[in-house]
Design a binder for this molecule. Structure first.
Ligand SMILES: Cc1cc2nc3c(=O)[nH]c(=O)nc-3n(C[C@H](O)[C@H](O)[C@H](O)COP(=O)(O)OP(=O)(O)OC[C@H]3O[C@@H](n4cnc5c(N)ncnc54)[C@H](O)[C@@H]3O)c2cc1C
Length: 391
């Protein structure tokens, strides 16, 4: 019998499984598909502190400390590189929002400044179009390879004895006297003393029998990956324009030279199919054209690249665009990391530590009071915070 079953093998679940195994727990890691098959594979994979909500910023800063030593800890390459993030303002009207980002970052002790003319930004990233008004600049942000990262966690976890069960969905949670005692899949029942829900957009079906649900709107983001180009851009870029929401985009050049860039966050039509054991959400022609246009306007050289792949990624947006990192009320031994609202990749390594602590009955080493499940029972929870992808 495993001490803990972790449901979901995105970055949150994989990191949790590894942390638990390091702490000497026996763990089974279950995913209905396989490693990084949903948000943690669809993602842009920016590892960003700047532009975070003040409550989340300390977590992102703590997570970046872990990223800096992660390759060594996992004995594998995550493709992590720390060359900065530029949040671009297209027009002078966008600059006040950038000033707020800089102020909030500085208040938390993060170096982030506003570059208020195009040339200053292009001195850092010469591949950028001159038709911009400025940017925030945070040199300690970065990016990583999402598949490599999740697979590195899985390999390291397996080496420590974690059992993995892929291609098998958890259909229900089992409890006895208000305490979790296992999970059930289509083919087996797995007893466990603790369960971690790291199920991304999924998981409310599992919570329903206990009368609770995480309020999430599922949103859609179009992603394009090109064939490799020569090195042009080492930072992560993003645009969230006050005047033109169609211009929203984010992107980066991977270490292999390919560009990976995204649209802004859109309404999802609910269509998803499965192909070769993976979930697929396809972009419309319109969203693809818009994404190519908006990122091409920011990095003109990308227009010469061949397209290698495109897909849509789904985002689990909560009403306040912050995650829940907490015990599930009323079910002892059940903890949850969900609702990352489009920015949970950077947090992943820290999420693993937090979830491992909670499911073992320990207190998180970082303050997670802002991420309590109970905040959604308050009346203010019904209003929706605007969400943008900043890379
Ligand atoms: C296009 C896009 C761009 C993004 N860009 C960034 C970025 O630049 N920086 C950043 O920090 N974040 C970004 N994000 C967000 C980030 O990728 C996610 O927040 C993060 O990957 C979430 O990881 P997770 O492990 O919590 O969830 P997921 O990766 O979604 O993993 C959940 C897993 O649970 C499994 N699962 C669900 N239900 C069950 C069940 N019943 N039984 C078994 N398995 C189940 C699923 O198959 C899935 O593999 C982006 C997201 C998208 C879509």
């Amino acid at each position: 019998m495993p001490d803990v079953v972790v449901i979901g093998c995105g970055i949150s679940g994989a990191a949790t499984a590894w942390e638990l195994a390091k702490a000497g727990r026996s763990v089974t890691l279950v995913d209905q598909y396989g490693p990084a098959s949903m948000a943690s594979g669809w993602t842009l994979a920016g590892v960003r502190q700047s532009g975070r909500h003040p409550a989340e910023l300390p977590l992102a800063m703590e997570a970046v400390k872990i990223w800096q030593g992660l390759d060594e800890a996992l004995e594998a390459s995550t493709g992590y590189t720390q060359k900065g993030n530029l949040r671009i303002g297209l027009t002078p009207e966008d600059l006040p929002a950038l000033q707020v980002i800089a102020k909030e970052g500085q208040a938390a002790g993060l170096f982030v400044e506003v570059l208020s003319d195009a040339q200053a930004v292009r001195d850092i990233a010469p591949a950028l179009s001159p038709a911009i008004a400025g940017a925030t600049w945070c040199p300690t942000d970065g990016h990583a390879d999402p598949d490599a990262t999740v697979n590195a966690y899985v390999s390291a976890a397996r080496q420590l004895g974690v059992e993995t069960l892929f291609g098998e969905a958890v259909l229900s949670l089992e409890t006895r006297n208000g305490r979790i005692c296992g999970v059930r899949t289509a083919s087996r029942s797995i007893p466990a003393g603790g369960v971690v829900l790291a199920t991304g957009i999924g998981g409310n079906d599992l919570l329903a029998p206990f009368g609770c649900a995480l309020p999430v709107d599922v949103r859609n983001v179009t992603v394009v990956r090109t064939r490799p180009l020569p090195p042009l851009l080492s930072q992560v870029l993003s645009v969230a324009s006050a005047c033109n929401s169609d211009a929203a985009c984010a992107g980066r050049q991977q270490l292999d030279g390919a560009f990976r860039f995204t649209s802004g966050i859109k309404v999802w039509d609910g269509l998803m199919r499965e192909e070769r054991g993976r979930p697929i959400v396809a972009p419309t022609v319109g969203s693809l054209l818009e994404t190519l246009q908006s990122f091409g306007d920011i990095v003109p050289a990308v227009r010469d690249a061949e397209i290698d792949a495109y897909w849509c990624g789904l985002v689990d947006q909560t009403p306040d665009a912050l995650p829940v990192l907490d015990h599930v009320p009323g079910v002892e031994g059940l903890v949850m990391a969900r609702g990352f609202s489009g920015h949970g990749f950077c947090l992943g390594p820290l999420t693993g530590k937090i979830m491992a602590a909670l499911v073992q009955g320990e207190v998180s080493a970082v303050d997670i009071s802002a991420f309590a499940f109970s905040r959604f029972s308050a009346p203010a929870a019904s209003s929706s915070a605007p969400v943008t992808l900043h890379g």
